[in-house]
Design a binder for this molecule. Structure first.
Ligand code: AMP
Length: 367
């Protein structure tokens, strides 16, 4: 049995590594298609546990628990990209793991990821490998300031990164970052941030959702709008970049590609910031704003089923994240005409914690 030939049938079980809101929404999409899910997460309060009948609460290093989990499921996927390599290897020896372990290795490390994107001839911010304060000074001399320093691994929502501006104490920045493994990126004076959510099937067919425009607050996604207010040619370029990446990775499932729109003397173009090998927050609008959601698309892809052709409902779809105390206003959102409220069933709100989101579809006649 290979990952690419196995086709799930209704009633089969998908194993999901990670129990956050992405796992929860994947499991709900799978249920709609008659598939079961079993969630593996070390956190007993995982929001995804609430929506599945079978869950494994164990550490990712617990080989025995991983083996039992693998035996219970037909195929395995994940909802976050920092699944340890060793975990994926134990599982892959027993069941197909999609997307593959090799893809995790590329996307878990910002340097390997940027080298991979560059080899494809796709633009990124100028970047340099930084492994010591000396190499940081040399990188700044080459790239200039302002610049952004990022840890190579385990960074998300702005964690593990810092802006460096003219006049900053470089030695102190390096010490504060607390790693020996980082990259320096030129600061990109972007016009806007966009993302493409793409799905690739086992037989190599790719479907992209409408390009989405993203606004961040405190480095965390706050609002997404689809379609992005960009020229059609630029949207086509962005989709083709995502498609090229999906093919080059021999990807199966949904991936999110975050991009910066920058002005050049030849007009606007895109630079890739990051690849997320999973469903992505900027694709949540598809739950209510398109004929097929990113979650269902991912399930179909890994199940070996045909992808859907996503058709957007309405002229514009907006997704607003409820972060931290934003959740306290959920009752107000419930009364907003046309709004659809999604609450993740998490415990107490904390600053930066994604607690839910709201989608609003603006019909074409009210654009
Ligand atoms: P990341 O963790 O790489 O996705 O970065 C989080 C956010 O920080 C991005 O969505 C941007 O808003 C900002 N950012 C990251 N890298 C850069 C860069 N090289 N230039 C400008 N802004 C950046």
């Amino acid at each position: 049995m290979t990952a690419s030939t196995r086709m799930l049938k209704p009633g089969d079980t998908i194993g999901i590594l990670g129990g956050g809101q992405l796992g929860r929404m994947l499991a709900m999409a799978a249920a709609r298609l008659g598939l079961k899910c079993q969630v593996f997460s070390p956190d007993p309060d995982s929001p995804a546990f609430d929506v599945v009948q079978h869950a494994t609460c164990a550490e990712f290093a617990d080989v025995e628990a991983l083996e039992l989990f693998a035996n219970d499921v037909d195929i395995i996927t994940y909802e976050f990209e920092n699944v340890p390599s060793a975990t994926a290897l134990v599982l892959a020896a027993r069941r197909p793991v999609l997307p593959s372990q090799k893809i995790l290795e590329t996307t878990q490390d910002r340097l390997i990821e940027k080298d991979f994107i560059t080899r494809l001839g796709i633009g990124t911010a100028d970047y340099a490998d930084v492994s010591s304060v000396e190499t940081l000074h040399a990188a700044i001399a080459r790239i200039g300031l302002p610049a952004v320093i990022k840890t190579r691994r385990f960074g998300y929502d702005g964690k593990g990164q810092a802006m460096i501006r003219e006049g900053d104490d470089i030695d102190q920045v390096w010490e504060d970052l607390g790693t020996k493994s980082a990259i320096l990126e030129a600061f990109v004076p972007f016009e806007r941030e966009i993302s493409v959510i793409a799905a690739r099937s086992c037989d190599g067919h790719v479907e992209c959702f409408d390009v989405t425009e993203n606004e961040h607050r405190d480095h965390i996604l706050k609002i997404s709008r689809a379609p992005a207010a960009i020229p059609a040619e630029l949207a086509a370029e962005a989709r083709s970049v995502a498609e090229k990446i999906a093919h080059a990775l021999n990807y199966v499932g949904v991936l999110g590609v975050e991009m910066f729109v920058v002005e050049t003397k030849n007009g606007p173009t895109v630079l890739v910031n990051e690849i997320a090998p999973r469903v992505h927050n900027s694709g949540h609008w598809t739950l209510d704003g398109a004929s097929i959601s990113q979650f269902e698309q991912h399930i179909r892809a890994i199940a070996g089923w045909p992808l859907g052709k996503p058709i957007r409902h309405g002229a514009v779809v907006t997704m607003t994240n409820l972060i931290g105390d934003d959740i306290l206003s959920y009752e107000e959102w419930l009364t907003v005409p046309g709004a659809t409220v999604h609450l993740y069933g998490k415990g107490p709100p904390r600053p930066g914690r994604k607690m839910g989101h709201v989608t609003e579809v603006v019909p074409a006649d009210r654009k």
